[in-house]
Design a protein around this ligand. Sequence first.
Ligand SMILES: [Zn+2]
Length: 400
Amino acid sequence: MSVTPDLSTSLPALRFEIQAQDGEARVGSLTTRRGVIDTPVFMPVGTTGTVKAIRFEQLESDDLDAQIILGNTYHLWLRPGIETIRSCGGLHRFIGWDRALLTDSGGFQVWSLGDLRKITEEGTEFRSHVDGSLQFLSPEVSMEVQAALGSDIVMVFDECAPGNASHEETEKSVGLTARWARRSRVAFDCMQLEGVDTGRVKNSDLSGTQALFGIVQGAGHLDLRRISLQETVEVGFDGYAIGGLSVGEEKSVMFDVIASLTPQMPKTQPRYLMGVGTPQDLVEAVAQGVDMFDCVLPTRNGRTGQAFTSTGKLNVKNARWARDTRPLDEHCGCLVCRRHTRAYLRHLYLAGEMLASILLTHHNLAFFLDTMRGVRQSIRSGDFPKFRREFTERLDANGE
Ligand SMILES: [Zn+2]
């Protein structure tokens, strides 16, 4: 079913190598056309071409060392628009980031517009949040936009059922997702052959083309999840994502879905859990064999004064930190924790200083990325169960 994108080489777009396994948890390397990503990996979210409140130099620094970030198709398509990004040489050049980029398909963002959108077999019609104009997004349009962005990993255009959707409603959504996955695959392969991808890289080991990931849907219905997985694998992709979680369902439902799906997923390809979650969620999903994550929590919560620490969440506004000279997290070695006190961060936040967002975002990203470094190390040394237990105990012991 799948077509080799670059007929002249027949090389793969990605190479995924599992280096060690501890239970279901696996550590590996995902080689993209723009460098190697150590997995399990956390990918900071750069919605409109910026990971909010942090500079690219910091993302690249040893302190954070983010090997891949996300861009949002929906946002970039509406503003500044793909013609602008294409004429500036693609998203990497436009934003000044040479490392790997993954773009979502826009499906989830359009879905979350609720009553402002209308879904048909052909695609989704909706009103732009920027200027109210009527827009249309489909598998073909999404692949075209992602080719113009030139991201290294492209996501299929899918349909997300609400977390509490009925079996009947979800069944329809899963069927549509499968048909859209096939259309995404066909459109994507055409665009790779036409060479409209702005991020093409010459590479001797890889095709240099974009990689395409499929998305498994099915809300909390395990039978439909399995059908969706089967249909997605039949089409054939470079990696497989679990979508439609963290959309209002119970946490137990989310972990039931992950635990039931991961053993059925292709073992030799990367598994990506979309839009999840807290540091604890990440560690628990790694234990089930998930390799990739993205979430807005570290950046969004950083801007609202919440720090993630090894002993739980810390609300920087709290009066008890007014004269506290300890760092945000005594176990964190990030630049913020090495230099600044809770008292100062609280002061910055209350004074409405933009540095509060910058520093809290930096620490939160450092905490998420360090957690994944610890995860990888412990899987390599066969200590992952101990890491998982101690990580959870420490988080539960304190917090606010
Ligand atoms: Zn820190």
